[in-house]
Write a protein that binds this ligand. Structure first.
Ligand code: GAR
Length: 191
């Protein structure tokens, strides 16, 4: 993706929970080298803890809770269009976007996932990785397409699993790596 010189790409971040990646992306977006500015945070959960980071930075928040995500996507798309949002980062967003939504932002939605894709798509990755006695795990930033956790990989980081790792420890170690690769992946997308 190309960006016009000097102007940052207006970006929305979608979250559902803790928002440590959102916090990290906000910090990154404020740096001069960042190609993106975060102008909107969308959450499908009004209690998402991560919303506090958006509030603190006075970033506009949009919150729709709806069991059928597809029924609110049209509304969401209209707002994204009105606000001239050009890029979307999913950061712990636990809903599946419909084809209808993805088509409108084709090649402009990226996601972070806590595994070495294509292995361990979906939920509960750390538990499954540990149960399978894997030697390595990691995280992946990828483009979002119509299949779950399956779009083109932008960047990946591999880490060795320690004997003492449990789900909590692994989650913490992988998150640290996520915070390093998400900004790098964004730089790569716009390089
Ligand atoms: C992160 O580990 C992210 O990779 C994962 O949710 C966590 C969100 O943490 N995303 C997925 O599992 C998406 N399939 P955060 O709310 O602290 O950024």
């Amino acid at each position: 993706m190309k960006r016009f010189s000097g102007k940052k790409i207006s970006t929305a971040v979608f979250i559902s929970g803790k928002g440590s990646n959102l916090k990290n992306l906000i910090n990154f977006s404020k740096k001069k080298i960042s190609p993106i500015s975060i102008d909107l945070v969308f959450s499908n959960n009004k209690n998402a803890i991560g919303l506090k980071y958006a509030k603190r930075e006075k970033i506009d928040i949009l919150c729709y809770e709806n069991k059928r995500f597809s029924t609110l996507e049209k509304k969401l798309l209209r707002i994204l269009r009105e606000r001239k949002i050009k890029f979307i980062c999913l950061a712990g967003f636990m809903r599946i976007l419909t084809n209808y939504f993805i088509k409108e932002f084709k090649g402009k939605i990226i996601n972070i996932h806590p595994s070495l894709l294509p292995k361990y798509k979906g939920l509960d990755t750390h538990r499954r990785v540990l149960e399978n006695n894997e030697f390595y795990t990691g995280c992946t930033v990828h483009f979002v397409n119509h299949k779950l956790d399956s779009g083109k990989i932008i960047l990946q980081k591999k880490i060795k699993i320690n004997k003492k790792d449990n789900i909590k420890k692994l989650n913490k170690r992988v998150l640290l790596e996520e915070h390093k690769i998400y900004p790098k992946a964004i730089l790569k997308v716009f390089s």
